[in-house]
Design a protein around this ligand. Structure first.
Ligand code: ADP
Length: 163
């Protein structure tokens, strides 16, 4: 039984994230999506809202082996605590590659038994980021085709706080 962890901020979850979740859930026995808390960061969507939005989006694609968690601390400690042997990261651009190669080095030192695997972003979503979505939200841009329906509803209902 292989458990994989897919970490991120998911502020908010996008269709690029959902695509990675769908592919990772089809590859591993169990997938744990983990919202990592960075105390220095200000988020637009509360942790409970981000968790609920991911859960709704996962239910919408019918992935039954996915659970959503949140954690404050080192990703490798979270992975060890749930007995995960794999970390999944999405790669969009060369910048992601550079950043992830640094993270990989430290994560390997901290947890040599946990392997990080990279999924290339689907071409449709390769320029999609949560920060671009927040820009669109700020200026009332169209979100369909970029984020799950649950996020569109939450935005319409004003369930977020613009810092
Ligand atoms: P963002 O970088 O969009 O603010 P996160 O920090 O929540 O998002 O990203 C979590 C993980 O998802 C990272 O591994 C990131 O590379 C990956 N990811 C983010 N957006 C996409 C996308 N559009 N397609 C594939 N992977 C993505």
């Amino acid at each position: 039984m292989t458990t994989a962890v897919y970490p991120g901020s998911f502020d908010p979850v996008t269709l690029g994230h959902v695509d990675v979740i769908r592919r990772a859930a089809a590859t591993f026995d169990e997938l744990r999506v983990c919202i990592l808390r960075n105390p220095k960061k200000h988020y637009w969507f509360s942790e409970d809202e981000r968790l609920a939005l991911i859960e709704e989006s996962v239910a919408a694609i019918g992935a039954k082996n996915v659970t959503v968690d949140h954690y404050e601390g080192l990703l490798t400690d979270y992975a060890k605590s749930v007995d995960a042997s794999v970390i999944i990261k999405g790669l969009r651009t060369f910048q992601d590659f550079e950043y992830e190669s640094q993270m990989d080095y430290f994560n390997k030192r901290l947890a040599p038994d946990v392997e990080t695997l990279y999924m290339m972003a689907d071409k449709k979503y390769s320029v999609l980021s949560s920060s671009a979505i927040r820009e669109l939200i700020a200026f009332g841009g169209e979100l369909s085709g970029l984020v799950p329906e649950a996020v569109i509803k939450a935005v319409r209902a004003g369930k977020f706080t613009q810092p």
